[in-house]
Design a protein around this ligand. Structure first.
Ligand SMILES: NC(=O)c1ccc[n+]([C@@H]2O[C@H](COP(=O)([O-])OP(=O)(O)OC[C@H]3O[C@@H](n4cnc5c(N)ncnc54)[C@H](O)[C@@H]3O)[C@@H](O)[C@H]2O)c1
Ligand SMILES: O=C(O)CC[C@@H](O)C(=O)O
Length: 524
């Protein structure tokens, strides 16, 4: 049974997939109300109101997934979640249209003074000449941040007869061409625009992207809009430039502090505001709730998610193709970890064969998580695997090769420690399963599942017999046994599997046998 905390107002109609699942219990409570039971939740669903801080994450030790019913994840400490192996998902396009439409409504309201005129009439006035506006037709709109919402605004602006200029450092020429917009550097866009609207996420780079310095290069009488995130336009500088009249007016849906209690911008008649309403439509709320509910359900059922912030995107079809290899590399990582009882410097992996002809980075993360899972008491998964390796000074290498060693596909990992090195090779055969086909340079074949003992010994009569005798005398049943050697009379290995993990006492007894170089227990 999974417990999910819905901490913000998320449309219940959209949560159907979760409400209907018999293995899921949904609790709708604010964080303050759920204080006592925070440690019980496996998933957390939020909008923008709940701040998912490192401290909150630490109080939720069972948390596996955080879902943001919306786009911006700036209210979630994503690095803190990533560090603890928690997947963060959002609903990237469910509110695009609503936010674009809201921005457009704000733009019209701004240039036609609709809020001011509305209040005036409600107050019994009839001052038509005071509210003379400006047409949008023929004006130049500058869009800063040209993603989903920026793109939808451009389409609407064109229909209104506006010229559209955009600034987005990550915009491809193909997309600019497709949407028929001119892309310019910010400093060239600012002096040309009559109206400027921002649609970037709030990041270190975009904080104060429009500020007192560069806004002075805008035309006198320019209009500004922010329906993205508070702080992308510096609020203090905006206030000063509005007072001076350099900026004619601003429409603001989002603030640095929400609600914006005591914010000076609210005092200005030239400022039109809404309380973070961009995504507040019935349609958008249903869309985002449905999207995140589906994502959380997929994830908790062990399927790939499409909209993760901290995991590579992978489709269900790709995942099904990848899954056997995903498990195999994880087991290989675990073998490497359990056999290398020393500090590790490097883990490298080589993928070969047509079956591995895809983005293998997800496999490498699975391998690393398999390696660290047996060593650390923090959850390690593909979300935080590379970070965990980096923090521990382990270099990760990934290669592709055409040498499959006669198999249709082949994965080789090499774990290098301070003193020794271990090579493990595995393959997956359809309708047969995964096998380890080489261990420490010895050809062998075993299914990597269960409790194992790997023994390296001299290849001479009696060694295998002695091992069997001791185990038999102590009533320990050998489930399977495989042997491998390079040449007669040299070194050899045996890999035995048991129904239960081998006890410390048995391990010691076997380890004391002559002609055994070393042996390791493994549980896979
Ligand atoms: N007011 C609301 O209710 C509301 C609703 C939805 C989204 N939003 C905000 O709008 C933002 C944009 O949403 P979207 O769906 O269009 O996101 P998106 O990811 O599709 O687009 C963001 C664009 O910003 C660009 N960008 C990033 N850094 C930049 C920089 N330094 N300079 C210029 N451009 C930069 C990116 O390349 C991308 O194209 C979200 O991050 C969210 O914060 C607000
Ligand atoms: O939850 C909301 O209403 C705001 C959503 C919006 O800011 C977003 O980033 O998607």
């Amino acid at each position: 049974m999974y417990r999910i905390l819905v901490a913000d107002a998320i449309k219940p109609e959209g949560l159907g997939p979760l409400l209907q699942a018999s293995h899921i219990e949904l609790v709708q409570q604010k964080i303050e109300e759920a204080e006592e039971s925070l440690h019980e939740f496996d998933a957390l669903l939020v909008r923008s109101a709940t701040k998912v801080t490192d401290e909150l994450i630490q109080r939720m030790p069972k948390l596996k997934i955080i879902a943001r019913a919306g786009v911006g994840v700036d209210n979630i400490d994503v690095p803190a979640a990533t560090k603890r192996g928690i997947v963060v998902v959002n609903a990237p396009d469910g509110n695009t249209i609503s936010t674009a439409e809201h921005t457009f409504a704000m733009m019209a309201a701004l240039v036609r003074h609709i809020p001011q005129a509305h209040s005036s009439v409600k107050n019994g006035e009839w001052k038509r000449s005071s509210f003379t506006g400006t047409e949008l037709n023929g004006k130049t709109l500058g869009i800063v941040g040209f993603g989903r919402i920026g793109g939808e605004i451009a389409k609407r602006a064109k229909v209104f007869g506006m010229n559209v200029l955009v600034f987005d450092p990550f915009l491809t020429s193909d997309r600019a061409k497709k949407l028929n917009v001119a892309a310019l550097p910010l400093k060239e866009l600012l002096p040309l625009a009559d109206i400027i609207t921002v649609h970037t996420p709030l990041t270190e780079e975009t904080k104060g992207l429009l500020n007192g310095k560069n806004l002075r290069s805008c035309k006198k009488g320019v209009y500004l809009l922010n329906c993205a995130r508070g702080g992308i336009i510096d609020e203090n500088d905006l206030y000063e430039l509005l007072l001076e009249g350099h900026i004619a007016g601003a429409a603001i849906d989002v603030f640095v502090e929400e609600p914006p209690l005591g914010n000076k911008l609210l005092e200005l008649d030239s400022v039109t505001v809404t309380p973070h309403l961009g995504a507040s439509t019935k349609e958008a709320q249903l869309n985002v709730a449905t999207q995140v509910a589906q994502e959380v359900l997929l994830f908790l059922n062990g399927n790939p998610v499409a909209n993760s912030i901290n995991l590579p995107a992978i489709s269900k079809e790709q995942f099904e193709r990848v899954q056997p290899f995903y498990q195999l590399v994880q087991q290989m990582g675990s073998i490497g970890s359990q056999c290398m009882k020393e500090g590790i410097r490097e883990i490298s992996v080589t993928y070969a064969g047509e079956a591995l002809n895809f983005d293998t980075s997800i496999l490498t993360k699975s391998l690393i998580s398999g390696f660290f899972k047996t060593r650390l008491d923090i959850p390690v998964n593909e979300v935080n695997a590379l970070l965990v390796a980096k923090e521990r000074g382990v270099t990760i290498g990934e290669k592709v090769s055409s040498d499959t060693y006669g198999y249709s596909n082949c994965i080789t990992i090499t774990v290098k420690g301070d003193n020794t090195q271990l090579d493990i090779r595995g393959t997956h055969v359809e309708n047969y399963g995964s096998r380890i086909v080489s261990l420490n340079g010895f050809n062998i074949e075993f299914l990597p599942e269960g409790n194992f003992l790997y023994i390296q010994h001299t290849d001479q009569p009696g060694v295998i017999g002695n091992v069997g005798k001791i185990l038999g005398n102590h009533n320990v049943n050998i489930a399977t046994m495989q042997v491998g050697r390079k040449q007669a009379g040299g070194e050899a290995i045996m890999v035995l599997s048991f129904d239960k993990p081998l006890s410390d006492e048995m391990f010691e007894k076997l380890n004391n046998l002559e002609d055994i170089f070393f042996m390791y227990r493994m549980s896979l």
